[in-house]
Write a protein that binds this ligand. Sequence first.
Ligand code: ZN
Length: 319
Amino acid sequence: MIAIDKAQVDKIIKKRNTELKRQHNRAYDKLEKLKKNNILSHKESHILRRILRGFKKFSLVTLSINEMVNLSEEIGIMPKTPKRKFAGKNSKTFLKDEILKALGYETKRGSFYPEYFSELGIKSCVYCNSQLTLSLKKEKIGTKKKYIAKFQVDHYYPKAKYPYLSIALFNLYPTCASCNNAKKDDDIQFQLYQERHEINHNLMGFELDQAQKSKFLVTRESREIEYTFFNKTCPEYDEKFHITEIYKSQKDVAEDIILKSQTYDKNLRKQLKKFENINDAHIDRIILGNYTNPNEIHKRPMAKFMQDIAREAGLKISL
Ligand SMILES: [Zn+2]
């Protein structure tokens, strides 16, 4: 919904340099081994050689956005190959599957990504901001099948077409399961990682209908509350992710915020300030019940909606 400063990713890359280098080396070695697989068709061998050539220079994990653009053009998408038997199964996507396996994308969903994205401050879906990015997946653990919570990630360059970019950090867009399904491999005009000066928090958001707000204050009926979602750069965004529909069910949240804006008492802030180690940002968060800094909307579901409604309702916190 809102871009994040790409410098934050660069900072983590610097900090975790050794570990990320190891991730690249491990994946690259596995791709090298794959090259020796004699089941590959001529077309597949050719594309794999291009991949190996490309990633001799660049990291599979930490390549920059520009490098990602260049390599995706240079290497291209996975070729369509005829169905053939592999390990007893008919496989049409052998090379793609093997590349994903070599890069360890699935394993990272349960291990590396939860930690990495928490460090980056992303816990809620970057498209709808209404749900968490974890989803349950049934997996075989030992002899039994169990549900485990895995990180859901969408790829700007879809992993079906560009599996070699499946672990590139700048290609990872944490999402909820519904948005990931809704988006599929479609292009959507939204860049999650941007330079700080390019980020505009006002291109997308929610507007509270002030006349309806007044009606609500008289009737105290939450169904009177109306708000609209807008997106100035990507008109198909709402239709794709059903934002209006999702948030239509959150009138009680808007109701709470409007009531808070009416009942806010400066003494509350004074009272809270009496506690040790509590600053204005904490107090604002307690009052809103969510993060109040526009740069922190990915830290908790609904933050964007709640910040916008609070601003429009005139809740006296710094937003
Ligand atoms: Zn979502």
